[in-house]
Design a protein around this ligand. Structure first.
Ligand code: HEC
Length: 305
């Protein structure tokens, strides 16, 4: 080692130990009261009771902290063995404090919305090569990643050959009867009422007259003096007792429920075929109930009307 190197090395050591001194003083100030309450080490207590008075190291009175501190600092400066453990203690202390940083930074980052892609330490199967909907795939001439159904094929589990049950169509005409799988009874009507009240009443109302709560509200908005919200237009839910609906074969009503009709959305994806037929049966019952004549009511029940 050349002398230059030694000098830098020495000044580094001095800077470091003076840094340690600063920490020492800070701790001494912070824990002064605790230090003062500490008992004498047992080694000193032993000599106090010794029978023969012998020369022993002078123990500075703790009250006289100045002396005590000076002695302690002197011990450090002379490079006594106590310097190393102290460095380690402080290093550990600082490392412990630093260890709190990452979780704090992470918690802070997680608490705020951020448009950046998240840092994903554990990938699992989060990022995979795949085609997102509506994306391009150069493998095909038309570059569509979503492939159309191949003509003349049927997807597994979708062999719907029973057009009466599935489409409401018999021999190319709207079905006029309910499919053979179902029987027109009270159970079917009650199921139909239950489903109708869930899926249809918001617009068509409980009686099917077209005055459901959504319809009422929409009419209110459209009639708003300042004009409809965002230029919205609302096509009123049709009354199911309208002559144009009343004359429809049940297959056609079933088709309206499945695929929707003009401005009404279809319910085929939410309501399975059996329930759709139950709804249609109930719609027929509603239509019958609203257009019944007195002659159709059993004689013994007419008094209650
Ligand atoms: C979100 C509101 C809404 C719901 C829910 C709704 N409809 Fe409609 N429905 C409409 C509207 C609006 C029309 C009129 C559409 C038009 O004329 O463009 C309509 C029309 C109809 C018609 C007449 C079709 C025709 O040929 O004129 C039938 C039948 C019908 N709905 C049955 C149902 C049944 C059954 C349900 C429950 C499964 C249902 N709707 C649920 C809004 C709704």
């Amino acid at each position: 080692m050349d002398s230059d190197h030694l000098r830098t090395h020495h000044s580094l050591v001095r800077a470091f130990s003076s840094g340690i001194d600063v920490l020492d003083e800070w701790f001494a100030a912070a824990f002064a009261s605790t230090l003062e309450q500490q008992p004498f080490p047992s080694r000193d207590r032993r000599s106090i009771l010794h029978r023969h008075r012998i020369a022993r190291p002078k123990v500075p009175a703790l009250q006289d902290r100045g002396v005590y501190e000076d002695a302690r600092r002197e011990a450090h400066r002379s490079g006594g063995g106590s310097l190393m453990p102290r460095i380690i203690i402080y290093a550990l202390l600082i490392l412990t404090l630093l260890a709190f940083l990452p979780p704090v930074i992470a918690a802070n980052a997680r608490s705020k919305p951020n448009s950046n892609r998240p840092i994903n330490l554990i990938q699992d199967m989060d990022l995979q090569a795949k085609f997102l909907p509506q994306s391009e795939n150069n493998l095909f001439a038309d570059k569509q990643s979503q492939r159309p159904q191949i003509v003349g094929t049927v997807a597994r589990g979708e062999t719907y050959l029973d057009t009466h049950f599935v489409d409401g169509v018999v021999d190319g005409q709207w079905a006029t009867t309910i499919p053979k799988q179902l029987s027109m009874d009270m159970e079917l009507l009650l199921r139909g009422q239950d489903r109708f009240n869930i899926y249809c009443t918001p617009c068509h109302g409980y009686s099917g007259a077209g005055n459901g709560t959504i319809n009422q509200r929409a009419m209110e908005l459209v009639a708003n003096a300042e004009g409809p919200v965002n230029g919205t237009v609302w096509v009123a839910a049709k009354s199911l007792h309208d002559a144009t609906v009343a004359i429809q074969p049940i297959g056609q009503i079933y088709n309206s429920v499945t695929h929707g009709v003009r401005n009404m959305a279809g319910y085929g994806s939410q309501v399975p075929p059996k329930d759709r037929w139950a709804i249609v049966a109930y719609v027929r019952a509603l239509q019958r109930s609203q257009n019944a004549t007195l002659e159709e009511v059993p004689v013994d029940k007419r008094g209650g009307l």
